[in-house]
Write a protein that binds this ligand. Structure first.
Ligand code: SF4
Ligand code: SF4
Length: 70
């Protein structure tokens, strides 16, 4: 399973928005004054967002097993 994460502290927001333009499955949404990552477990691990992000605000990693948030 691939999980993508967006560190909002490091993100420049809609003025950048590069990740939203390159992600082939539109996982990033520009909404008002922020960039939101939706359905992070749909990531295809193409790494295009990592290549364009100027602040390394995104991480994608392969994880094994079941993730429990509780
Ligand atoms: S690695 Fe590819 S599919 Fe995953 S979030 Fe980044 S651009 Fe989208
Ligand atoms: S490319 Fe990086 S800095 Fe730019 S909007 Fe996306 S997460 Fe934020």
């Amino acid at each position: 399973m691939i999980i993508a994460k967006l560190n909002e502290t490091d993100c420049e927001g809609p003025e950048c928005g590069k990740c939203a333009y390159v992600c082939p499955i539109n996982m990033f949404t520009i909404r008002n004054d922020s960039v939101i990552l939706t359905n992070p477990d749909y990531c295809k691990f193409c790494k295009k967002c990592l290549e364009v992000c100027p602040n390394a605000a995104i991480t994608v990693q392969r994880v094994q097993g079941i993730i429990c948030d509780y």
